[in-house]
Design a protein around this ligand. Structure first.
Ligand code: ADP
Ligand code: MG
Length: 323
């Protein structure tokens, strides 16, 4: 293929930037990176499909941010340092204004976290974005899902539920005031990946996950892999002022505990680590809240203010579950 085709035009105009932390970036058959001694390669991939993961009318700059943010969030959840990303783009057509805005959202966030785009693929078809992220974590120190122990505390960062409330509003399941919707939808489109927090939790957290599919579902993944159960106190889940207005309704409550897309970290830690974890709140300026306890047994129970189990509709997002 010669270099003046639309495909190469897209790559050259929008996705070829210096990659200071790579040996070789965009342009060859493969990128090259040098791993540091004593480090493991942490890598993961996430696909976002139009209509499934984002509304088709999404602002392309927000989308560029989000496509990378969800991957940075996976690095955060492992306690890894993200360095390199690959972007596979499937586009219905070439729209340079759209691509320029998408690239701005992507590269602004990449620069903030010192990540280089080192390669990708560009194809035609229904709008789909796949980002592969790679980073490093000291050998043996990654935060896995399987390390939670009975008696550990359960923590979450930030506030839970705003992104899912925006989705519930779009789907007509509840109604947010206009200003609240505008704020909540930014949490949906421009989540803040908790990368510094993830790294700071190495040696403190016994298990960690990022909240992408829903708080209860994601905590359930920790429980399953750790062979434990968990209780979460509904009243202790940290809520923004917006979410607090809806926590009393069934639809609001289910968005908060079972909706996803917050990209906060949920982690477990020994009670002896409480002070060190609270210190991180100040050092990193991220709220960290204890929401429950790891128990013997299986599954996650949600407890109401009276200590009784609360039933919730829906337990998180699953692409292949029956509607
Ligand atoms: P190949 O034919 O080996 O698949 P391509 O022609 O698809 O290579 O891509 C040429 C170069 O451009 C490669 O280095 C590839 O990694 C890079 N590339 C293609 N699409 C993108 C993209 N959307 N973002 C970043 N790099 C890309
Ligand atoms: Mg290719």
């Amino acid at each position: 293929m010669t270099h003046n085709t639309p495909e190469f035009d897209v790559i050259a105009r929008h996705f070829t930037r210096p990659a200071p932390n790579a040996v070789l970036g965009v342009g060859d058959d493969s990128a090259l990176v040098q791993l540091s001694r004593g480090m493991e390669l942490a890598t993961s991939v996430d696909t976002m499909v139009s209509g499934t993961h984002f509304f088709p009318d999404v602002d392309p700059e927000n989308l560029g941010h989000k496509a990378l943010a969800v991957n940075l969030s996976d690095m955060a959840a492992m306690g890894a340092m993200p360095y390199w990303a690959l972007l596979a783009l499937t586009l219905p057509k070439v729209d340079h204004d759209w691509l320029a805005a998408f690239a701005k959202g992507f590269f602004d966030l990449a620069e903030e976290f010192g990540v280089s785009l080192i390669g990708g693929d560009t194809t035609r078809g229904p709008l789909t974005l796949t980002v592969t992220i790679m980073g490093e974590v000291p050998a043996g120190a990654a935060l896995r899902r399987g390390g939670a122990k009975v008696g550990n505390d359960i923590w979450v960062s930030g506030f839970i539920g705003d992104a899912a409330l925006a989705v519930a509003h779009r789907h007509g399941k509840l109604v947010l005031e206009e200003a609240d919707y505008r704020e909540a939808v930014m949490r949906l489109y421009e989540p803040t990946p908790r990368v510094p927090l993830g790294q700071a939790l190495r040696g403190l957290a016994t298990a960690a996950i990022d909240v992408s599919d829903g708080l209860l579902a994601d905590l359930g993944h920790i429980c399953k892999l750790s062979g434990v159960g968990a209780t979460v106190e509904l009243a202790s889940i940290p809520l923004s002022p917006i979410a607090a207005k809806h926590a009393g309704t069934d639809a609001g409550r289910s968005a908060i505990v079972a909706g996803g897309d917050d990209y906060e970290l949920c982690f477990t830690a020994h009670p002896n680590s409480r002070e060190s974890i609270q210190d991180l709140t100040r050092m990193l300026d991220v709220p960290l809240t204890r929401i429950g306890q790891v128990k013997r047994g299986k599954g996650v129970s949600l407890l109401g203010p009276d200590g009784k189990a609360v039933k919730i509709d829906g337990r998180g997002f699953d692409h292949f579950s029956a509607p």
